[in-house]
Design a protein around this ligand. Structure first.
Ligand code: PMP
Length: 396
C-alpha cells in the first residue's frame, strides 16, 4: 500500500527543522484560559495577549455572553443542518437584516465562517468563463474560493493600482465578467488597500469590485464600516465580505451587496448550501456584539490611539514596523532562526504575539505580528514595548 502521507514528506522535514530551533512548537501555543480580553494563561503564566484579532475586546463582552446563554437555554445550541435543507431560524434573518442596515445596503447573506463567506461568495459569483483579479497578498480563503470557482486567476501586485490597471487593459476583449478582489486591512502586515483608486479603475474597465473587510470591519471608518467608509467609496464596492470572528469576537461571516442577484446566490453557493448554519447562541452573541460596536464609536478612537502608541514605541526601539499605523503591526525580521529566538523570548517574558513565517508572509521574511485592542490599557502597551526592548537588546 502506498503511504498516503508521503506527499507531506517535505512539510514534515521543514517542520522538524523548525522545531529543533525552538524550545516550543510555535504552531501549537495553548492559551489555557483567557482571564480577560488582554491577559491569558499560557504555560501556567499570566501573559499579555497581543496576538489576537479581538480588536474591540468583544470576545469577552458580558452582554454577548448573556445573550448566548439565554438563547441557548430557550432555543437550544445548534441548528443541525443547512438553511436550504433544514430551515432558516428567525435569528438568521434578524442578523442579516441588522447587518444590511448597518452597511446601509439591501442584502446580506451570512455564512458559518468568514472563510466560507469568501469561498461561498467567490465561487457563486464567477465561473470558468470569468476572470478574477486578485491582490497578490490575498488571504488563503480568497485563493481557495478562486480555485473552487474555476475562474481564470490573474494576480496583481499588492496594493498597486497601476499594475491592476495594466492587467485589466489586457482583458479588453474578454467577454466574461471581471471581478477584482482586495482586502481592507491585510491580516499579516496591517497594510491598507487603496480601495478608492480600485473603484476608479473598475469603473474604467467594466469590472466588479469585492472588498474583504475582515480586519477593518468595526475597526476603521467613523461607524466601523471599514476601509471603504474611511476612503469614502462605499457605494462603489459591489460586494463586501467579512467575518464575525475579529471585531465582533464570535464566529461566522457575511456578504453584503445591493445587487438582487444575492437572492439566487443562496441556491448557487455550495459553502452556504451544504453546511450547517450558525447556531442560535452564536447569532445572539453576534447581535449583542454588533450593538456594542455601533453604540461605542469611542472603542475605535481608543483602538487607533493604542495602535499609534505601540507603533511609536516599537519604532523608537529601532524595530522594522513599516510606516503606516493600523491595529495590525508587523515587525519584520531577517531570518527564521532569529524570528524563532525572538518570538520564544517574548513569550517567556510574558508577551504573546503571532509568529508568521514564509511562505505565509508576503516578502519571504518572517514577521512578529502584533495586534492591538481597544481593551489594552496604556500600561499594558508600555509593558509590551519594554518586553520587546529587552529582547531586542539581547540581539545587539
Ligand atoms: N479573510 C481574511 C482577510 C482573513 O484574515 C480571515 C481570517 N484570518 C478570513 C477571511 C477568514 O475568517 P474566519 O477566520 O472568521 O473564518
Amino acid at each position: 500500500m502506498n503511504n498516503i502521507f508521503a506527499k507531506h514528506e517535505a512539510l514534515q522535514k521543514a517542520y522538524k527543522n523548525l522545531i529543533t530551533l525552538s524550545p516550543r512548537d510555535p504552531f501549537h501555543v495553548v492559551i489555557e484560559r483567557p482571564l480577560s480580553a488582554t491577559v491569558g494563561i499560557i504555560e501556567g503564566r499570566e501573559t499579555l495577549l497581543f496576538g489576537t484579532n479581538n480588536y474591540l475586546g468583544l470576545s469577552q463582552s458580558q452582554k454577548a455572553a448573556q445573550a448566548a446563554i439565554e438563547t441557548a437555554q430557550t432555543m437550544g445550541v445548534g441548528t443541525t443542518g443547512s438553511r436550504i435543507a433544514n430551515g432558516t431560524f428567525g435569528l438568521h434573518q434578524t442578523l442579516e437584516k441588522k447587518l444590511a442596515a448597518f452597511f446601509r445596503r439591501k442584502h446580506c447573506m451570512i455564512f458559518s465562517t468568514g472563510y466560507q463567506a469568501n469561498l461561498g461568495t467567490i465561487s457563486a459569483l464567477v465561473n470558468k468563463d470569468d476572470v478574477l483579479l486578485l491582490d497578490a497578498d490575498s488571504h488563503a480563503s480568497i485563493y481557495d474560493g478562486a480555485k473552487l470557482s474555476g475562474a481564470q486567476v490573474i494576480r496583481f501586485r499588492h496594493n498597486d493600482p497601476a499594475d491592476l490597471e495594466k492587467r485589466l487593459a489586457r482583458l479588453k476583449n474578454h467577454t466574461g465578467a471581471k471581478l477584482i478582489i482586495a482586502e481592507g486591512i491585510y491580516s499579516m502586515t496591517g497594510n491598507i488597500a487603496p480601495l478608492k483608486e480600485f473603484v476608479d479603475i473598475k469603473k474604467r474597465h467594466g469590472a466588479y469590485l469585492m472588498a474583504d473587510e475582515a480586519h477593518s470591519f468595526g475597526v476603521l471608518g467613523e461607524h466601523g464600516r471599514g476601509v471603504a467608509e474611511l476612503q469614502n467609496c462605499e457605494d462603489d464596492i459591489d460586494f463586501i465580505v467579512g467575518t464575525f470572528s475579529k471585531s465582533l469576537g464570535t464566529v461566522g461571516g457575511y456578504c453584503i451587496s445591493d445587487n438582487d442577484g444575492i437572492n439566487l446566490m443562496r441556491l448557487a453557493s455550495r459553502p452556504y448550501m451544504f453546511t450547517a448554519s450558525l447556531p442560535p447562541e452564536i447569532i445572539a452573541a453576534t447581535l449583542a456584539a454588533l450593538e456594542d460596536l455601533e453604540a461605542h464609536p469611542e472603542l475605535r478612537v481608543k483602538l487607533q490611539k493604542n495602535a499609534a502608541q505601540l507603533h511609536a514605541g516599537l519604532q523608537d526601539i529601532g524595530l522594522n514596523t513599516g510606516s503606516h499605523i493600523s491595529p495590525v503591526i508587523a515587525v519584520t525580521l531577517d531570518n527564521i532562526a532569529q524570528a524563532l529566538t525572538f518570538w520564544n523570548a517574548l513569550l517567556e517574558s510574558g508577551l504573546y504575539v503571532n509568529l508568521s513565517l514564509p511562505p505565509a508572509t508576503p516578502d519571504e521574511r518572517p514577521l512578529l505580528r502584533c495586534s492591538v485592542m481597544a481593551a489594552h490599557s496604556p500600561q499594558e502597551i508600555d509593558k509590551a514595548i519594554s518586553i520587546f526592548k529587552s529582547v531586542y537588546n539581547m540581539f545587539k
